[in-house]
Design a protein. Structure first.
Length: 232
């Protein structure tokens, strides 16, 4: 009898997985896609209209504005373990980036901004690496997922001022596989999920420049139009 009940419970939990897998993680309506149609439409409405590249001083390309449904989707990907969301976001980022480029830079290597190993172990994945894999499926650029490593654990950035962020991130990165597998005649294209004050990117760029590795620019799924928006 106990065996029969256990079997029934196992089959029930299997059903639970199927039901959960077909729910939109943002609104819980049933869907066969990563998000339901309504939520996708809302995410796409967050795409920047017009220019998506800023020069400060390297090119920063962002797909969308860090707000509304896009902000919720990134949070769901990172904090609720919905890593399947990285695939469409990375594809959209790649398609938009390639559209804006006038010449396709074939000599780039994509390096995602790394998490500290403790943070990655806690989360189970690095969202920038997943986005990078998806981005490279479309762009066909080579990816060095561990090109850089985060050698110093940094305080959570959320409540820090732009100046404090800069200090917090100073010396946070080191060369990873780029130390031994330095792409010849290639520049690095950094990739992150969110670009806010640019403190993270600047810290990574400083390390690459110390080793005379050229940096082409940064691509990010979302960019806050101002720092205050990030805190909202
Ligand atoms: Zn939905």
């Amino acid at each position: 009898m106990r065996k029969a009940i256990n079997g029934w419970l196992r089959s029930l939990s299997g059903w639970g997985d199927i039901v959960l897998a077909s729910q939109c993680p943002l609104c819980q309506r049933s869907t066969s896609r990563e998000l339901c149609q309504d939520c996708w439409t809302q995410v796409r409405q967050c795409q920047w209209v017009g220019c998506q590249t800023w020069y400060e001083p390297l090119p920063v390309f962002a797909w969308g504005q860090y707000k509304g449904a896009l902000k919720r989707t990134i949070a769901t990907l990172k904090y609720d373990n919905h890593r399947q969301l990285a695939s469409p976001l990375g594809h959209w980022l790649a398609e938009a980036w390639m559209t804006e480029l006038t010449t396709h830079p074939r000599t780039l290597t994509v390096v995602p901004i790394p998490l500290h190993p403790n943070k990655q172990q806690e989360r189970g994945f690095n969202q920038a690496e997943l986005l990078g894999r998806s981005f490279c499926e479309i762009t066909r650029l080579p990816l060095q997922p561990h090109g850089l490593i985060r050698s110093r654990f940094t305080e959570a950035q959320f409540h820090l001022s732009p100046q404090a962020r800069e200090q917090n991130l100073s010396g946070a990165f080191e060369l990873g596989t780029l130390r031994h597998h330095r792409p010849r005649h290639h520049a690095v294209l950094l990739l992150d999920d969110i670009y806010t004050t640019g403190a993270t990117a600047r810290s990574a760029i400083r390390v690459l420049q110390q080793f005379h590795i050229p940096v082409y620019g940064i691509v990010a799924v979302a960019r806050a139009s101002n720092f205050k928006q990030f805190l909202d």
